[in-house]
Design a protein around this ligand. Sequence first.
Ligand SMILES: Cc1ncc(COP(=O)(O)O)c(C=O)c1O
Length: 360
Amino acid sequence: MGRVYNFSAGPAVLPEEVLKEAAAEMLDYQGTGMSVMEMSHRSKAFEEIIQTAERDLRDLMGIPDNYKVLFLQGGASQQFAMIPMNLMKNRVADYIITGQWAKKAAKEAEKYGKVNRIASSEDKTFSYIPDCSDLPVSEDADYVYICENNTIYGTKYKELPNTKGKILVSDVSSCFLSEPIDVEKYGVIYGGVQKNIGPAGVVIVIIREDLITEEVLPGTPTMLTYKTHADADSLYNTPPAYGIYICGKVFKWLKSMGGLSVMKEHNEKKAKLLYDFLDQSKLFKGTVEKKDRSLMNVPFVTGNPDLDAKFVKEAKAAGLENLKGHRTVGGMRASIYNAMPYEGVEALVAFMKKFEEENL
Ligand SMILES: Cc1ncc(COP(=O)(O)O)c(C=O)c1O
């Protein structure tokens, strides 16, 4: 069997060029006679890999010099704890609850201090982003936390919240590098790479330098202190070396594609194809308020769970994989990250049309 169109929410599709390049270098990375997997993280070759990766990421995102880039482990979920451990100086933080991931992050932060849930869209199963232009931001909050793209529900902030001068912390796991962002609006930007950038096992944290301090909560492990990793340029201990190498290749791929503005155009074009179809369909319907629709994750339903299951099964047989919605939501979800080609979305829409004709 050849390659399928993989609509998984993560781990997810990666650019074929990157996978082919990595395959070609598997046994002998650039004349070193070994795989990057087998190489010391202190070697010259790896030093160049991680430094180039950081430089390319800085170029792509326009990361200012007063921000550090850290390549860490532990998944995005580990950041749910690292953020309060490192940033909760007053032991107070404000969370905006737009889905399961923000909810989990807030619950974790509660282990360390007072969490104010200053807005939520749970009243309508997280199908929208609350108005965040004038929220009751707490006077003594150490930061305001958001999950910028909600992987499960398919919503995305089109405007950042007004944090009234407080530090903004954002989980960008499922919209990482999908469009340009203004890094200076954030204190911390972080994400697991397994959706838009590389293999699971790497988390990228972009953090303003003044937030990296030794004054962390008592008992914070060395490994969970940002300063440990910042001081050692992400080489305090053995980093997820092979994963970082693949991330580096994806950064090069993104640059060769024209960077994040071009990527945004591609992503808008792909998403439009699918949303336009959903908006006129008599069988399928999108589940999210139009103004808040994600470019990356597109949930949809027929309204009939048996028909949804039939759709997922028949789509799989047609080479369209991983379209089943999240277990907490049901229905379908198409994740159309950077590496999903336009042709993949065309194939999906053609299949949906055919399914509609046969099942309406
Ligand atoms: C937005 C978001 N945040 C956090 C996570 C958790 O990531 P991890 O499995 O790397 O801990 C996910 C995983 O799907 C996610 O989509």
